[in-house]
Design a protein around this ligand. Structure first.
Ligand code: IMP
Ligand code: MG
Length: 209
């Protein structure tokens, strides 16, 4: 590729070691010049995630069989989870996406939540399975469940890949959880830090770099 713009500063990218050690990750994904950076501390490997998704799909498929199902993913964190899960659901379903952003000021831990109205899928007379990457305080999911009910969904159930232990403040009934994790800040498989690291195929605790 030929680039005419100024090259960005080289960045530390703690990806290679962790990916290389995971048999579920295709070694050809690895950039060969990125082996000298610190490794992530992997909490859940790509193989563990994929195995758990098959188990989750086996629970969900019979529960929604013969029901008009719309799977609604919360942007952006749920995109990997959504994409991998729906490919295991061999049944008619629709996919919707919803965007929610919380404004968290410096003095408050949970601020206003803004839900983009333009993206709201039409869920009238549909059963909704709401997917998110992680249940933390519960603020986001509590609000979205209410919004989807208000839109006329027949039912709204919640499924999260991760649930952080001891963090829930807002009560949300969760139907299915992939993994319970300790109260640590994690990235990968959709989860971000400053909008980066989402593409990692595993869940890891971000090292101090
Ligand atoms: P809640 O509304 O407090 O439950 O927060 C949910 C959102 O916070 C998630 O959808 C994530 O975007 C974000 N979040 C919470 N914990 C983490 C984490 O450990 N890593 C990355 N994002 C997180
Ligand atoms: Mg999120």
């Amino acid at each position: 590729m030929i680039w005419n713009d100024r090259p960005a500063e080289p960045r530390n990218w703690p990806i290679a070691d962790a990916m290389a050690s995971d048999p579920a990750v295709d070694a050809t994904w690895l950039a060969p010049d990125r082996t000298d950076y610190p490794a992530m501390r992997i909490l859940i490997t790509a193989a563990q995630i994929q195995k758990r998704l098959s188990e989750m799909a086996a629970v969900l498929a019979p529960a929604y069989r013969d029901r008009p199902l719309t799977i609604v993913g919360v942007l952006t964190g749920s995109v990997m989870f959504l994409a991998d899960l729906v490919r295991r659901l061999d049944m008619p379903l629709r996919i919707g996406l919803i965007q929610a952003s919380s404004y968290r000021g410096e003095t408050t831990t949970s601020g206003e939540l803004y839900v983009s109205p333009g993206l709201m899928p039409d869920v009238r007379d549909r059963h909704v399975l709401l997917l998110d990457d992680i249940l933390d305080t519960g603020q986001t999911l509590k609000r979205l469940v209410q919004d989807l009910r208000d839109q006329g969904a027949l039912s709204v159930k919640v499924c999260v890949l991760l649930q952080k232990k001891g963090r829930q403040i807002h009560h949300v009934e969760v139907e299915l959880v992939g993994f319970e994790i300790p109260d640590e800040f994690v990235v990968g498989y959709g989860l971000d830090y400053n909008d980066e690291y989402r593409q990692l195929p595993y869940i890891a605790v971000l090292p101090a770099i």
